[in-house]
Each structure stands twice: as structure tokens, then as C-alpha cells.
Design a protein around this ligand. Structure first.
Ligand code: NAP
Length: 632
């Protein structure tokens, strides 16, 4: 446990802290001892510190707090006058804040009696002005004797009944893995799963007892006991299917919760449902955090990428836990961050999945071209994909594809045994309807969804294939040259997939006033998630230059270099009977975006002809609408 005692100079933080440390067998630290010499000199000369002086000191203290917690806890006396400073210190989940208050006269009197302290009494005035009263923690009046203050702290709930810190509902693939990840990272975690009488019973308690290697994991088979076992404000993570299950689970929880408790929906809920729930739950005095989680089972277990939105206040309370279990980016920063209000966290997870659909589909198209057009074997393709990794195309999906291609079952490649019917669970299709709702061109990503739908019509495809005698033809061109073109087509399609996805985010962010930060979103997606890649890492910097990838210098040069190969491969593939939905939609989308004089003038003329829909004129920059009498 970490206890932080705050208050202005003279409030008695050190005295109380040292007594408390003895009682709780924890080490005591005085934040003043961590000031750099420059700060001490300023204070000794009666010059108040400014934020520029304080920030590095607080950052250093934040690192120390993490160290202390890792080694069993500690007590820190620190003025922490502003909320901003306290937030900087909120780097571990369980902090008991003790705020000392007193009258100006009493504090002044105490200051005058201190001899060997570098803080001059005149600074008290400025400290009292700076003090921002927090709403949380214990608030103690220092007019009371130190032993009474000590007693109040010792009786506080956090000390008398330290409970479980996080609760996870839903012991499926994701819930189990996240619970184990939390427990392994030192978070006392409660788990619960529903009962289906005579079918599924004692799922959570069995799971916890079967995982005795994780002593911090406690299983509950009764919802009320589960809720009661959690520290307040309670933090309850739902890892159950989207839709009605979420509403029902929230309904069952609400009567058991206290004001300020936090419900986190970590599943793939539709963001509009999450926005509605956010409003409802807030009105009832609870907090709601709709949170996208990516990385599948392995990510959840070892480090997912997480996209929490909704209540920022509640996010600050759960952030230390999320940061513990998240994947880390190249700089060691956790792949999690507050996305924005309302359902924005689930919205960006939906777009993430939609990009994921397109990334998977373009990989599938590429392998298909290599197998049937270039007549390469799976091991050859696998080797080529691995070499692409070293040529700037590294991605999780490329890596797993290279492995899939060489996985055998007996003498057969497992891939050849898998039926070509691709499933889907909502997020891809939701993105498409959202794009239409917000008038955002979405064709490459939409095609990835359509491709899955077509794939699932296997029987119909077989019937039509026989009817048309359709086959793929092999390419006659030089393999080495074609391979390079295929790689370039794949590379540019990937860039366009991301451009399309982020364009949707930009439009929705503008409409909903969410202020989504693309560079930060890309950073969260650089590790732990399914679409992590070198491109994503580049995007962290590219989005600082422009919110459209196509308008950044680096991508402009790349797209100019690769566009002819993409068009060539799409043309060649179509001529030889290959369906290339994402690649061909990507090149069409790209040409559509970079065309000045499009064919839409004729569309406008037709609309005006049959429906008097009016049109604007090239020779009238005012934007005025015209109508013509077309019939002679
Ligand atoms: P899962 O393995 O199918 O587990 C679902 C869990 O929810 C089970 O514990 C199930 O309990 C419980 N459940 C089902 N219906 C319920 C209801 N009506 N009320 C309460 N509990 C119910 O699913 P999962 O893969 O862990 O996914 C959980 C959520 O995370 C989903 O929203 C999913 O889309 C999302 N997600 C999944 C992945 C992934 O790779 N799997 C990745 C990111 C996000 P029973 O055992 O009693 O049925």
C-alpha cells in the first residue's frame, strides 16, 4: 500500500507520516528530500517554486512510488497542492490519500517554531492560495492531536478491510486471460461467471482453484458476494458478448453498486450502444468506461492494447491497473490511454477491427496471387513474406501468415484443409454502416466485409463456378519482377486501408466533438494489438504532420512510387480471373481521391435532369445552385 499525506507546510505531514510508518511497518519518505538543489536554493531564498521547477521533481517521485509499491509499499509526505500534481503521483492503483488541513493561524504558528527547515514562513500564504481541495481521500483537521489523527487513519476502510481491487465478469477466452494478467501483475482480482443451471456451474471458483499459482485470484459464484469483496470505488470489468448480455449484466449489477463505482465494458460493443449506456449509467451516479481491447487471447494474457473511453475521472482511477497489464510500446510506454468521451473507445476499436478485416483480406489476396498466379509453394511464399518483413513491411499479420503457410497436419498443409468460409462478428459491418451514416468513403474496408460475406456463400459459389467454368490463370511474366510488383501492391493497399479507417475516425471525431488524437491512437496500436506493424509505428510520427496519411511527405513519395504497381497487379489479376476486392477497391479509392476532374459532373447533370436536384457551376465560385431546363 502507498499512503500519501498531503497538505501545506506546517500541517504536520512528517510527524503523522513517521508515526503511521511505525504502526504499519512501512518505510517513510519526505518528498522534500527528493527536491533538486536548485529547488531547495529557491525555497531557502523565499522564492516560490513554479510548475517548471515542480514537474521533474514530481516525475521523479512518481518513479519512486512505483519502486516503493513493488517492494511492499511506503508512506510519502508531499504537499501535492494541485490536482495536476496529485494526478502525476497517481501511478499505482492503491493509494490512500490523507489530506491535512488547518487554520492559517495554526499553520503559521507551527511554521514559526521550525528552525532547520528551508521553507520560509512567508511562503505559507502562497501555498494556501495554490491548494486545490480534492474530493477523494481522508480529510483531517490538524487541530486534532497526532494520535487521534493516527487512529482515524488506522480505522479507515482501506486499512481495515483491504479488498480485491478489480473484478472481472465473464470467464471466457478474454476474461480468464485478463484476470490472470492482472493477478500476475500483483492486482488482487475477483472473478465471476454466470450460472447456467445444470450446464455451467461454479465456473469462476473452479477457474480460480485450478489456477492456484495465482494466489491473488479469487473466484466467486455469487454476484453479490463478488461485488461486496471489491474495494470501493469498485472497478468491474465485463468480458462478455456484446449486445443484450451487457445490458442484462449491468441491470443485475446496479442494485449491488455504490455511487462512484466503475463498470468497464471490455468487449466489442457497438459504440452507439456504449454512448447510450454511458449516459444512462452516469445519470445513476456510477461511472462507465467502454473500452476496446485488442490482441486476442495471447494479448489479453501477456499484454493487450486497450482503448478506454467514457468517464475520464474513472479512467484516472483504473489507469494504474491498465498500465500494469498493457503491452508496452517501443519506448516502454503502456499501450493504453484515454481515448475520449462517451463511446469513443469502442468506436475506435470498431475501426481497428475494420482495418484488421482489410489487412487480413489484402494478405489473403496477396497469398492467393502468389500461389495460383505465380505458382509458388506455401514454403516459398512463407519465405518471401518473411523477407518482406525485413523490407519495412513487418506486421503481426504478415508474421502469423508466414507461420500459417508452413503449418502441416500429417503430410498436408493445414491451410488446404480449412474450408474457405470466413466468419465475422459485427465490428466490420458496423464500421461500414457507420461510414455510410457519416458520408465517409470506405470502399476498401467495405470490400473486406463483402469478401467475407461472399466467402460464406460456398455452395452458391460452387454452383456458379461450375456454371461459368471459372478458373485462375497463371501469370506468364517474369516471376522476380512480378513478385516485386505484388509486394508494392500489397504495401500501398495497406497504407490505403489505414488512410480510410483513420478518415472515418476524423469525420466521426469532428461530428461528435471527441478530439481523437491519431498519433496517440497509432501509438496505442503499435503493440499488443492485431494490426501492429512497422507502418503503425511510422504513423505515430506521420500523424503529427497531417491527419491524412496521403498528405504526409513520406507517404506521398511512397504512394507515387507504388501506385502503378498496384494498378498493374489489379489489372493483371482481374484478367487472370482473380477476385481482388480490397486491392482493386484501394486503387479505385486512391485514384478517386487524387482526381481533380471526376465524372461526377455527369451525375449532377442527370440528377438535375430527372429530379431538378440542382448543381453548382465551375464558373461560379460562389457555390450557388443552378437548375436547367434540359428537355428541348
Ligand atoms: P467467450 O470466450 O465466448 O466468453 C464469453 C463469456 O461471457 C463467457 O464467460 C460466458 O459465460 C459469458 N456470457 C455469455 N453470455 C452471457 C450473458 N448473457 N450474461 C453474462 N455472461 C455471459 O468470449 P470472449 O472471446 O472472451 O469475448 C468476450 C468479449 O470480448 C466479446 O465482446 C468479444 O467480442 C470481445 N473480444 C474478444 C476477443 C477475442 O479475440 N476473443 C478480442 C477482443 C475482444 P458462459 O461460459 O456461461 O457462457
Amino acid at each position: 500500500m502507498i499512503i500519501i499525506i498531503t497538505g501545506v507546510s506546517g500541517s504536520g505531514k512528517t510527524t503523522l507520516g513517521t508515526h503511521l510508518a511505525k504502526k504499519l511497518w512501512l518505510p517513510f519518505f519526505d518528498a522534500d528530500d527528493f527536491h533538486p538543489t536548485s529547488n531547495i536554493e529557491k525555497m531557502s531564498n523565499g522564492i516560490p517554486l513554479n510548475d517548471h521547477d515542480r514537474i521533474p521533481w514530481l516525475e521523479h517521485l512518481a518513479d519512486k512510488i512505483q519502486e516503493w509499491e513493488a517492494s511492499g509499499g511506503g508512506i510519502l509526505a508531499c504537499s501535492a497542492l494541485k490536482e495536476q500534481y496529485r494526478q502525476m503521483l497517481q501511478v499505482v492503483p492503491q493509494i490512500l490519500w490523507v489530506h491535512l488541513k488547518g487554520s492559517k493561524e495554526l499553520l503559521n504558528e507551527r511554521m514559526m517554531t521550525r528552525e532547520d527547515h528551508y521553507m520560509k514562513p512567508g511562503l505559507l500564504e502562497s501555498q494556501l492560495e495554490t491548494w486545490e481541495e480534492p474530493e477523494y481521500g481522508l480529510h483531517l483537521d490538524v487541530i486534532k492531536k497526532p494520535e487521534d489523527l493516527l487512529e482515524i487513519i488506522m480505522q479507515s476502510e482501506k486499512i481495515t478491510s483491504p479488498g480485491l481491487h478489480v473484478g472481472v465478469i465473464g470467464m471466457g477466452v478474454m476474461g480468464k486471460s485478463l484476470a490472470m494478467n492482472l493477478a500476475e501483475n500483483g492486482v488482487p482480482t475477483a472473478v465471476f461467471n454466470r450460472h447456467v443451471p445444470e450446464k455451467e456451474e461454479k465456473i469462476a471458483s473452479t477457474f480460480a482453484s485450478e489456477n492456484s499459482l495465482f494466489p491473488l485470484l479469487k473466484g466467486f459464484d455469487d454476484l453479490e458476494t463478488f461485488v461486496k469483496a471489491l474495494d470501493k470505488p469498485r472497478k468491474i470489468l465485463l468480458m462478455i458478448p456484446a449486445g443484450v448480455a451487457i445490458d442484462q449484466q449491468i441491470q443485475q449489477l446496479e442494485p449491488l453498486l455504490d455511487q462512484g463505482d466503475i463498470i468497464i465494458d471490455g468487449g466489442n460493443s457497438f459504440f452507439e450502444d456504449s454512448s447510450r449506456r454511458f449516459q444512462d449509467i452516469n445519470q445513476k451516479g456510477f461511472h462507465f468506461i467502454p473500452m476496446g481491447v485488442s490482441g486476442g487471447e495471447e494479448g489479453a494474457r501477456k499484454g493487450p492494447s486497450m482503448m478506454p473511453g467514457g468517464s475520464k475521472e474513472a479512467y484516472d482511477l483504473i489507469a494504474p491497473y491498465l498500465k500494469k497489464i498493457a503491452a508496452k510500446d517501443a519506448n516502454g510506454k503502456p499501450c493504453v490511454g484515454f481515448i475520449g468521451p462517451s463511446g469513443s473507445g469502442h468506436f475506435i476499436k470498431m475501426v481497428h477491427n475494420s482495418i484488421e478485416y482489410a489487412e487480413m483480406q489484402v494478405m489473403a489476396e496477396t497469398v492467393h496471387l502468389m500461389k495460383y498466379g505465380l505458382k509458388l509453394s506455401y514454403p516459398e511464399i512463407s519465405k518471401i513474406l518473411k523477407s518482406w518483413s525485413g523490407e519495412g513491411l513487418k506486421s503481426y499479420l504478415l508474421e502469423i501468415t508466414a507461420d500459417i503457410l508452413v503449418t502441416k497436419e500429417g503430410k498436408n498443409f493445414l491451410l488446404d484443409m480449412i474450408l474457405d468460409k470466413a466468419g465475422q462478428k459485427g465490428t466490420g459491418a458496423w464500421s461500414l454502416t457507420t461510414a455510410l451514416k457519416y458520408y465517409v468513403p470506405y470502399s476498401p474496408l467495405a470490400e473486406a466485409v463483402t469478401a467475407r460475406l461472399l466467402s460464406s456463400q460456398k455452395e452458391d459459389r460452387e454452383e456458379l463456378a461450375a456454371l461459368y467454368g471459372h478458373r485462375f490463370g497463371a501469370f506468364a511474366e517474369d516471376k522476380v519482377i512480378l513478385l516485386e510488383k505484388v509486394r508494392n501492391a500489397y504495401a500501398l493497399t495497406r497504407i490505403l486501408n489505414h488512410e480510410v479507417g483513420f478518415n472515418l475516425m476524423e469525420q466521426v471525431s469532428k461530428n461528435e466533438n471527441w478530439n481523437l488524437e491519431f498519433s496517440e491512437i497509432a501509438r496505442i496500436w503499435t503493440n499488443g494489438c492485431i494490426i501492429r506493424s512497422t507502418l503503425m509505428e511510422n504513423m505515430v510520427t506521420l500523424f503529427k504532420e497531417n491527419s491524412s496519411l496521403l498528405k504526409t511527405k513520406q507517404i506521398k513519395a511512397k504512394a507515387k512510387e507504388l501506385r502503378h504497381d498496384l494498378a498493374y497487379i489489379v489489372g493483371l489479376g482481374l484478367q487472370h480471373g482473380f477476385a481482388l476486392p480490397v486491392m482493386s477497391a484501394a486503387v479505385n479509392y486512391f485514384y478517386g481521391r487524387i482526381t481533380t476532374d471526376s465524372s461526377a459532373n455527369l451525375i449532377q447533370a442527370q440528377r438535375d435532369f430527372f429530379g431538378a436536384h440542382t448543381y453548382q457551376r465551375k464558373d461560379d465560385p460562389s457555390g450557388k445552385f443552378y437548375h436547367s431546363e434540359w428537355k428541348s
